[in-house]
Design a binder for this molecule. Structure first.
Ligand code: PMP
Length: 316
């Protein structure tokens, strides 16, 4: 993806309480988070509905998770949840966007101490919006991607705080992603220290075997993904059995279907892992069924006025 500033020069972003020109989103090199990684972010999508309006998907849940990440990170956001929910919508409106990716970031600025233990620096919040297509590619979304089990381990429960989207923790994800890309795969799957499947670099993982969906439990070192929760809800509404249980690497090889869930990656089928085809090596029927249900939900269905989960949509 090109740098957001290259895509839409007239953009505005929200910074510390107000909308500012996109180019005003600059920080000093002594910004604390830039050095030590203590900060938190979110990734949120807004979709264009059939009537031309825009709806942000599970906006309040994403802002709640930003506050949860900051709570874990001992950062106090100097704004209310309501302010940040409104700020996301204002950023979309200011850029005349209906379909966009929103990136709120809470970070520790400069202007206090500089040491690891400095407590005086301001907590700042930025929200940017930009267009971002299928994260793992249009072809990946349709036909599935090839993934590789990473040589990097997912941080242990007491070393990384997996329930927070904490900036510095993404070094682990970026290293795994770069390793996978350089080896010719689209995504990496990380195992935990015991060898159980955790998640991908920016997605949760589901497998299907004999009609039953399985995904690692929240007690594992995984993010509490909002798309993961959405898929569990949709699957149960369609009377599919969902189990949250530990998964071994070889169980993935023997799965009928595997797919990733994430705000950016949406529902991306995995057709191959470590050069072994998964099931028939194409998008499986349950993956397809859930992917369709997901897109119907977030984008709306032409001719259908009533959304199935109105509580998850924030109209812009
Ligand atoms: N795991 C990790 C490590 C992530 O960064 C993400 C993206 N936020 C996810 C899972 C998926 O979470 P969500 O469905 O809430 O976007």
């Amino acid at each position: 993806m090109a740098h957001p500033s290259k895509m839409m020069p007239a953009q505005k972003l929200w910074l510390d309480g107000r909308l500012v020109p996109f180019d005003a989103g600059q920080v000093h090199v002594l910004t604390h988070t830039l050095h030590y990684g203590l900060g938190a972010f979110e990734g949120i999508r807004s979709y264009r509905r059939p009537d031309g309006s825009g709806a942000v998907f599970r906006l309040a849940d994403h802002i709640d998770r930003l506050f949860a990440s900051c709570h874990i990170a001992t950062m106090v956001i100097p704004h209310t949840r309501e302010t940040l929910v409104q700020a996301c919508k204002d950023t979309l409106r200011a850029n005349e966007m209906t379909e966009a990716y929103l990136r709120p970031l809470a970070f520790i600025g400069d202007g206090g101490g500089f040491g690891l233990g400095s407590l005086d620096n301001p907590v700042r919040v930025a929200i940017a919006a930009f267009e971002w297509g299928a994260y793992l590619g249009e072809d990946g979304l349709k036909n599935g991607i090839r993934a590789k089990v990473s040589s990097f381990t997912r941080g242990g429960l007491n070393s990384s705080m997996s329930k927070g989207k904490i900036c510095g923790q993404y070094v682990n994800s970026v290293l795994a992603k770069r390793e996978a890309l350089k080896a010719g795969y689209a995504e990496a799957i990380l195992l935990d220290g015991h060898g159980h499947v955790a998640e991908a670099t920016g997605e949760n993982l589901f497998m299907v075997r004999k009609g039953v969906l399985r995904t690692p439990p929240l007690s594992a070192a995984i993010l509490d993904g909002i798309t993961r929760d959405t898929i569990i809800t949709l699957a149960r509404e369609q009377n599919l059995r969902v189990e949250e249980s530990n998964i071994g690497r070889d169980e993935l090889y023997l799965a009928d279907e595997v797919f990733f869930t994430g705000t950016a990656a949406e529902i991306t089928p995995v057709r191959e892992i470590d050069d072994r085809s998964i099931g028939a090596g194409t998008t499986g029927p349950i993956t397809k069924q859930l992917q369709t249900a997901y897109f119907d939900l977030v984008k709306g269905v032409p001719g259908t006025e009533k959304p199935t989960h109105p509580e998850w949509l924030s109209f812009v």
